[in-house]
Design a binder for this molecule. Sequence first.
Ligand code: UD1
Ligand code: MG
Length: 433
Amino acid sequence: MSLDFVILAAGNSSRMHSTTPKFFHTIAGKPVIRYIIDAVHECNPNNVIIVTREELKHSEYFSDTAVKIQPEPLGTADAVKYALDALSSEYTIILCGDMPMISAEQLKNLADTSSDNALIAMTLPPEFRHMPYGRVVINNGKFEKIVEYKNTTDAEKSIILANTGVYKIKTDLLKKYIPQIEKNAVSGEYYLTDIFEFIRNVEVIQFSDYEAFHGINTMQDLAKAEAIMQNRLRQKFMANGVKLIAPETVHFSYDTEIERDVLIEPNVIIGTNVKIGSKSRIFAFSHIQDCVIANNVEIGPFARIRGNSSFADGTAIGNFVEVKGSTFGSKTKAKHLAYIGDTTIGYHANIGAGTITCNYDGVKKHKTTIGNNVFVGSNSTLIAPITIEDNTILGAGSTFTDAVPAGALAIARQKQTNLPQKANDIWKKKGKK
Ligand code: UD1
Ligand code: MG
């Protein structure tokens, strides 16, 4: 069976009250529309067509789909009309671009049905029976019609089978009937659901998984989807042997990878592109993204990690340390109050408290290279570009501007001067007893 997908994403997201369209807002670091496109690709379709607005057509998120433009949002049937000439398979599945929790399994279930035409309906749990979904009317066990909520009678309002807006339709029927759908007299929109006035033999596939069909229309809907997704990620990691002391306070990304026996303390945020190796510990209030953390590494508390950084086995990053775009060799430590940016550090190095790599000259970023077994004294300022070779010792409180050769002790601060009794003279002058 050959299959195409049409994803409707031309609505104007007005209820979000945001300059970003709802399809591009993220849930656990991934845009709403990418959840749907990725689930669709798992079904191995021939063509995936997004129907969207002119101003969104160049989005990077549509790099692996065809894009069609609906000039004005005149309704779901009008949107499908613009995809018709791109359809070339026997069947087409249509779904909405604002339903990110739908799973590839549910779509495969619909794709695999032997019926020519089918739709996914969900049974509404009691607390969602007031929701304004279209209602699926079944008579004598057979599909009869979909009634848009606005048009339901009181009796139809009590139907608990809701239309999810996900349909499989024979492509030749879609091409034949979409142009015949008439404008709804009340709303002035063209309703895709009206196609079922022409197509009668429809299988209704029922799911009771309400979360899967949760749509994003408002910021509240987005926050609810985030909560559902975060909870799924927490459960997944704990099931895989990750220890979370207060799971509800830890935030992950869709692509986070964590090995077993990792400890994550409360109030940790893990942004996208993070891998954490076994037995590492992420202490409270740390914010980490774009990094690879090997085994037995300590991060935090209160650490900030970003910009493609990596930490080899046994490294330790302590409180109030920011690391950006840097590589730490095994057992290297920066335990207190430091900024390490665009830096490569070898193994067994110790970065003292208050060390700053001055990587930015106001125009360009520059690199710092620190070798193996290096001791950087506290409050060192390293003005990049600079190279500190192996086995060196850097004196505390220094500003380093030049390379330090292997094995050297480098110091770059003024010599101390003691003026005997001078302080006592001053106190006397000021009148202090
Ligand atoms: C639709 C269904 C309803 C179903 C519900 C499930 C119709 C007429 N009704 O209603 O039966 O219960 O979904 O969530 O289809 N869109 C466009 N162009 C347009 C209008 C909409 O691309 O001109 C897109 C939207 O961006 C959205 C999707 O189509 O992704 C659904 O449109 P929406 O207006 O949200 O339909 P509902 O009123 O929710
Ligand atoms: Mg909707």
